[in-house]
Design a protein around this ligand. Structure first.
Ligand code: NYM
Ligand code: MG
Length: 263
């Protein structure tokens, strides 16, 4: 009997029914590489039905985004502790990662110790993610969830707020791993400016942050979980935990990794 499988970018739909002769069948179209490939094992069950065993179980990639001083760092730290407390393997990552050579160039630019052309620094931020891409993938596939304080969305929001072309800003990010969940901590720029520590780095200026907020609005899509960042910290954590746990469960069940802004 012939079994027909239709593969979509994020999940597969089984069209066949019972297995008779074939006890193992693996379908791996190569046009999109492994990211859009479902590994399907069809096993002959006692009752003659075919069970799909998804081999894509992995950790979740959860990104926190928002204006400077919106509370991302506190919330991502709290989320990692919470997940670890439940026995999950989770790590806190952040971009820019200032520990690498590229990250140090970015850091000195942000602290106004060096000057760089806007396009150049944009590409450095992107390179800083590309240099981490393969270890991100390894961690996720090994079952560790990554809670990431800023990602490509910061890049596009901050650089396009400077006036760089929106699509140009997105281009170097294409092909990076797409997060499974984006949590946006929503705060009016005026309120963020009142929080302690604001104003020490480049970009931490109210006028500029207003533009960044507008750019985030353009970038946002309905899949983002928008959280009111002025709620009490415990309440925000509760919302963050709830939606993150659900995301973790989905990834654990089996979800293919997908790529950012690839059509
Ligand atoms: N930023 C961050 C960018 O301009 N592009 C990027 O790709 C990323 C990840 O760096 N004001 C900006 C946003 C922040 C600044 O980040 C430093 P943080 O999270 O404040 O350390
Ligand atoms: Mg900051």
């Amino acid at each position: 009997m012939l079994h027909v499988c239709c593969i979509s970018s994020s999940r597969f739909i089984k069209l066949g029914s019972a297995a008779t002769t074939a006890s193992f069948f693996s379908f791996s179209p190569c046009s999109f590489g492994e990211y859009h490939t479902a590994q399907i094992r069809m096993e002959k069950a006692q009752n003659g039905h075919v069970d799909d065993v998804n081999t894509d179980s992995r950790g979740a990639c959860i990104v926190l985004e928002g204006l400077d001083r919106s509370g991302k760092t506190s919330q991502s730290t709290r989320l990692v502790s919470y997940l670890e407390g439940l026995g999950h393997s989770a790590e806190l990552w952040r971009f820019p990662d200032r520990t690498t050579n590229v990250g140090q160039m970015i850091s000195s630019y942000l602290s106004n110790e060096s000057q760089l052309d806007d396009h150049t620094v944009h590409l450095l931020f992107s390179a800083n993610r590309w240099e981490k891409r393969s270890s991100m993938e390894k961690k996720l596939k090994a079952g560790t969830s990554l809670i990431i304080d800023r990602y490509s969305f910061s890049e596009v929001a901050f650089s396009s707020a400077k006036g760089l072309d929106f699509d140009w800003c997105k281009a170097p990010e294409i092909g990076l791993l797409a997060p499974d969940l984006v949590l946006y901590l929503d705060i009016p720029p005026e309120k963020a400016a009142e929080r302690g520590g604001y104003g020490t780095e480049r970009y931490e200026k109210l006028e500029f942050q207003r533009k960044v907020a507008d750019c985030y609005k353009v970038l946002r899509d309905p899949s983002w979980k928008v959280i009111v960042a002025q709620l009490p910290i415990e309440e925000i954590s509760k919302q963050v935990q709830e939606v993150s746990l659900e995301c973790l469960k989905q990834c654990r069940k089996g979800k293919q990794l997908s790529l950012l802004w690839s059509s």
